[in-house]
Every structure is written in structure tokens, then in C-alpha cells.
Design a protein around this ligand. Sequence first.
Ligand code: SF4
Length: 74
Amino acid sequence: MQDVLKVWVDHTRCVGNGFCVMTSEKVFVHNEDRQSEVIDPGADTPEKVLEAARNCPVSAIQVESAITGARLYP
Ligand code: SF4
């Protein structure tokens, strides 16, 4: 099934506090630099991904609709 969301992390912003990994460990993991990486944007519900994006203190998580390309966050 096609992913509903396109999700990526802006590494110029990410401070590696891990909030997103705690919110959805199926979607986000820490890389070797302790920054967040998206492993599978469809592995959790869109609501959970958007919750992780909203909880990021530096708005590093970028979310678009994979269907329409509309910006959903920030
Ligand atoms: S919540 Fe934001 S700053 Fe923290 S690890 Fe995730 S993307 Fe990086």
C-alpha cells in the first residue's frame, strides 16, 4: 500500500533528544550521530507521526501528504 505520509528529519535542526523515537519507535530511530532518521513512515498511524512532529522541540520533523504533496507539518 502506498504511504500516506512523506516524512523526513531536518538534520540541521535535530538535537537528538529522542522524543520522536519514544513516540513512535517504528517510524523513527537514532542514527550513529544520535540524530533521528525515518525508517518507515507507514509503520505507524498518521496521527502518531504527526504527534511526534508536533512534540519535536525544534520542529525538525517535516511531514507532507504523499498523495497530494500538501505540507502537513510544520
Ligand atoms: S524529537 Fe526532534 S530533535 Fe528530538 S530526536 Fe526527534 S527529530 Fe530530533
